[in-house]
Design a binder for this molecule. Structure first.
Ligand SMILES: [Zn+2]
Length: 276
């Protein structure tokens, strides 16, 4: 699933490709992608004639800001946007097409069909699901070490499970949680309630650094992720722990182990990340 750096990259690409374009009409081929309104004809009717003013990001969600309307889109496992000429053949698994009045189209393709789209009046999107319960944005000024600690304080769960929960900090998932924990020497199963102030500070810094570095190179291309122009990110070549089970730790040479925490495959070095 794309995490913050990948969604940020898709957002940047989409801004280059569709900003200022006017939607003529919309075709929906798979109703379940459209979550709000619950009528796909209404969805298409509402969007027709509107201009895409900007594409923004909240956590792992894209926010298409139109004149008088906001579309919130989640790519989930394998959702992908691409811009095509209306004469280009439509590929398999293309579920939603935004036809622009200039002869181009924004197409949403999703092999796994888990992606979602919600339409809102401007401002309404932050008060309702799926954006209403989201936590701190790790690349915004609001993400200070103090707020990070306050958001997690008192939790009795394992640190990895809490970091995966988008109600506390948004945008980090399996890849960037494993990477951030490795950088700080914190074991993914350490209980949040036992973290020291020093560990909180280090973890805060590691999350910011890891995400910034990944955004800079366009995210990680694991499995099928590509940005809106079909380009791959490059951060997968800089991953120090994720996906490196049974390979030597880059710090101490011990073989990296893989276990399951919070229902997700979890990579850690048993020497650099001891369970306290
Ligand atoms: Zn190690």
């Amino acid at each position: 699933m794309p995490e913050l750096p990948e969604v940020e990259t898709v957002k940047n690409t989409l801004n280059q490709l569709v900003k200022g374009k006017v939607i003529d009409h919309v075709t929906v081929n798979l109703a379940r992608i459209i979550q709000r309104p619950d009528d796909i004809e209404q969805f298409a009717f509402m969007l027709a004639g509107h201009t895409i003013q900007n594409v923004e990001r909240r956590g792992k969600f894209l926010r298409f800001v139109l004149d008088g309307l906001v579309m919130v889109s989640h790519l989930r496992m394998e959702g992908r946007y691409g811009v095509y000429a209306s004469t280009d053949p439509v590929e398999k698994h293309t579920h939603v097409i935004f036809h622009f009045n200039d002869g181009t189209e924004l197409r949403y393709k999703d092999v796994r069909q888990f992606g979602t789209m919600h339409l809102f009046q401007p401002g309404e999107e932050f008060k309702l699901p799926p954006l209403s319960k989201l936590g701190l944005e790790p690349l915004e000024q609001e993400f200070t070490p103090e707020r990070f600690k306050a958001a997690l304080a008192g939790k009795k769960s394992k640190i990895k499970a809490v970091l995966l929960n988008q109600a506390y900090v948004v945008g980090i998932g399996n890849i960037y949680v494993d990477e951030s924990l490795f950088r700080t020497g914190i074991h993914p199963e350490q209980l949040v309630s036992t973290l020291t102030d020093e560990q909180f500070r280090a973890l805060h810094q590691a999350i910011v650094d890891t995400l910034r570095e990944a955004v800079e190179v366009g995210g990680s291309s694991i499995k099928s992720y590509v940005n809106g122009q079909g380009e791959m990110g490059m951060f997968q070549h800089q991953l120090k722990i994720y996906g490196r089970q049974n390979q030597p730790c880059l710090t101490c040479g011990t073989l990296i182990e893989k276990t399951v925490v919070g229902g997700r495959g979890t990579h850690f070095c048993p020497v650099c990340q001891t369970l306290k």
